[in-house]
Design a protein around this ligand. Sequence first.
Ligand code: XUL
Ligand code: CO
Length: 437
Amino acid sequence: MSMFNNVPNIAYEGKQSKNPYAFKHYNPKEIVFGKTMEEHLRFSIAYWHTFVGAGTDPFGAAVAIRSWDSLSPLDKAKARVEAIFEAMEKLNLQFYCFHDADIAPEGATLAETNKNLDVIVAMLKDYMKSSGKRLLWNTVNLFTNPRYVHGAGTTCNADVFAYSAATIKKGLEVGKELGADNYVFWGGREGYESLLNTDMGLELDNLARLLRMAVDYAKEIGFDAQFLIEPKPKEPMKQQYDFDSATTISFLQKYDLTQYFKLNIEANHATLAGHTFEHELRLARLNGMLGSIDANQGDLLLGWDTDEFPTDLYTTTLAMYEVLKNGGLGRGGINFDAKVRRSSFEDEDLFFAHIAGIDTYARGLKSAAKLIEDRILDDYVDNRYRSFREGVGAEIVLGKSTLKSLEAYALQNNPIKLESGRLEQIKARLNEAIFSV
Ligand code: XUL
Ligand code: CO
């Protein structure tokens, strides 16, 4: 049975194509920078936005009514499995990812919830086997249910902490059963509203305790996925503990957890934190912690987490530049953590949105490869810092200088000669690289 009758299989047709159901830039088997595009990009569908999201906003009810919406909860969950595999097939995507709550309805008790999960996980496993599709990552939803009102790992209520731990235990078992490449921790409610009633020290210690338990249990059951933490500065909490890459890395360092985790960097979370996406990626990369990407973009006029499908070539170019400099994403991938706009409520829009996002990243990959191959940015940067490769600069870098030796140098080095940073010239060359591919 087809859920998306009007949608054909989507294939690469090249730049000249006017077919709305075709990729203009994403050619999965084309080699770019030593690997196929498919190997570089490892695109994934996000279950929640694509198959669960209904276009609600704080002022408006659901507008995107899908064919499965009238079914009973468990039948709906089964129909969604069919829909997601059909969509992956039509879009030629290898990966998907989900929260536990996206795939199966929550029961009245933890045991009932786990039973519902088992039914759908068995079905997913069959579909994965026959289609060859893979799970990029799974995670558990520790934020929607009212029990998480004070947090999950950082709650003031030990019973809720225990429930969260049990939910993560099941999530790890599900990940193992489905052979997930990664397992994500996004702390939706791990933050606080006000310091006035918050024991911040205990909350942070408890969060680290929960992560440590997860590391131990994964080891115990032989689940070898890469663990990822997804930073976000606000929404739903006013203050989120995993604010951005820097905050998350320092948290992991403090609790001696860095070796077990990498970061899943989301574009719109970066801009919410007052950073560019490429800043967050660069910081993760420099710390050896760039693991995966949640691809979307925000709207600077709105300023909240709008999760739009990525269409901005500058951002995807600079993001893929970081990915290529990182030597790839390893077991990670590019997950479209993105929603169609509320006004794009027809089923077909799900496909147009993915085609736009996929082509924007494919072009980003090609222009990033050009930036590196032609040494466009590297030459500027090398030249700009050349004073640290000779004379006094080389001595500083080698750790041979002292305040005294540098004072002696500075006293006789007069005047200091400065040079332009050439930013406008560099931006013009970036434009050329982007529009040449
Ligand atoms: C929320 C968000 C989540 C995580 C997974 O902003 O990005 O969907 O990606 O929990
Ligand atoms: Co995300």
